[in-house]
Design a protein around this ligand. Structure first.
Ligand code: PEP
Ligand code: MN
Length: 377
């Protein structure tokens, strides 16, 4: 059972105490308050855990400061949007606020290769005023003979370059819990010139031990990539694992699903799920057009398929975009064929700005229309 408090409640502690007092009447019930910060409001929920089937909702509904009491199945207890009016639960990390108020672009190298390439990338981002990037140090590859990433050896110069160019947040995949310590040690040694959001890759979407370890640490927020061969529900449950271990700072990233029906793209683009994830959860939603589309080829209108996929995600309300770039894709050690070049960065920023404006305008134009009512009329 979840008791939803009125947003921004002044005497929130008193309300939580009152809930505890009532809950004490029912043996086997534990009380756990959770706080979520949206873009403009603070939300509190009190979860009653244990044998709540026989616990009535009335005594809680009667307390002051209560907005709603809902019975939920165990599913998405923590990441779920139990109140449609609640905002997406964003978070701030190293001065970067991830929520639905803006679209962040995490453009960078799929796999870190040389200090010069990393520096060229970071410098290009800085010129565009971008403070977020992606940099793969630990690469999960389909073949054991492919480049596996430079691992912890590259972290000192990646972090130094980020610091030099004012990059505040790097999305970086971890494929093993030991990488969390390596990342933290390297950041510490460098004096924290930047920060990391750890990526759970699509291949690890159901690696429950890794998910639990990532959920137990508080240093890094998480960019969780949808499992490419599992249902959306299974991927969302994986995020619930992370949250239930104590780390609610999760961004959910759609990256396409494995299907021959997506050909000639690398995966079947699944950005129609952006509104679904936004409806079912409070997680900020990211899209990865590079790993879903998998090619730099252009449409007859001149725009790369990757731009079109970005547009599909952003017009559906995604608030983060993860894209592979490389200063010299022809020598990239991983995914060069889908990497955009640095002269495409400015146009991509402009394209996202335009599509985002179109999204906000279209939503505003429809405000006040009750589609549910229209559909049943
Ligand atoms: C990546 O982003 O570098 C990556 C390997 O993506 P995915 O896990 O979605 O394949
Ligand atoms: Mn890649």
């Amino acid at each position: 059972m979840i008791i939803i408090l009125e947003p921004d409640l002044d005497n929130q502690k008193t309300t939580v105490q009152a809930i505890r007092a009532v809950a004490q009447r029912y043996p086997g019930v534990t009380v756990k308050p959770y706080e979520f910060k949206g873009t403009t409001h603070r939300f509190t929920e009190v979860h009653l855990i244990g044998s709540t089937a026989a616990v009535p909702t009335g005594p809680f509904e009667g307390l002051p400061g209560i907005r709603q009491v809902v019975r939920v199945s165990a599913k998405y207890r923590l990441i779920g949007r139990h109140d449609p009016a609640h905002e997406t639960a964003g978070f701030e990390h190293n001065g970067v606020r991830i929520d639905e108020s803006t679209v962040h672009l995490f453009a960078g190298l799929c796999a870190v290769d040389t200090p010069a390439h990393v520096d060229e990338m970071m410098a290009a981002l800085a010129r565009e005023g971008i403070v977020t990037t992606r940099m793969g140090a630990y690469k999960p590859r389909s073949s054991p003979y492919d480049f596996q990433g430079l691992g912890k050896d590259c972290l000192p110069w990646v972090f130094e370059s980020a610091g030099k160019h004012g990059i505040r947040l790097i999305a970086m995949e971890t494929t093993d819990a030991s990488h969390l310590d390596e990342l933290w040690e390297a950041l510490d040694r460098a004096g924290h010139p930047t920060a990391v959001m750890v990526q759970v890759g699509t291949r690890n979407a159901q690696n429950y031990e890794l998910l639990k370890q990532i959920g137990r640490q508080h240093e890094f927020p998480v960019l969780f990539k949808r499992g490419m061969g599992i249902t959306l529900e299974e991927s969302l449950n994986a995020c619930e694992y992370i949250a239930s271990e104590g780390n609610p700072r999760i961004v959910f990233c759609l990256r396409g699903v494995k299907s021959l029906l997506g050909e000639p793209h690398r995966n079947l683009v699944d950005f129609a799920h952006v509104p679904v994830v936004r409806r079912q959860t409070r997680l900020p939603v990211c899209i990865d057009p590079s790993h879903s589309v998998g090619t730099r080829l252009c449409a007859p209108d001149g725009l790369p398929d990757i731009f079109h996929a970005v547009g599909q995600g952003v017009i559906a309300g995604a608030c983060a975009v993860l894209v592979d770039f490389h200063p010299h894709p022809e020598v990239a050690l991983c995914d060069g064929g889908q990497a955009l070049t640095l002269d495409m960065l400015g146009p991509l920023v402009e394209y996202i700005r335009r599509v985002r404006a179109a999204y906000l305008e279209s939503v505003a134009a429809m405000e006040g229309l009750d589609f549910t009512a229209l559909a049943s009329a």
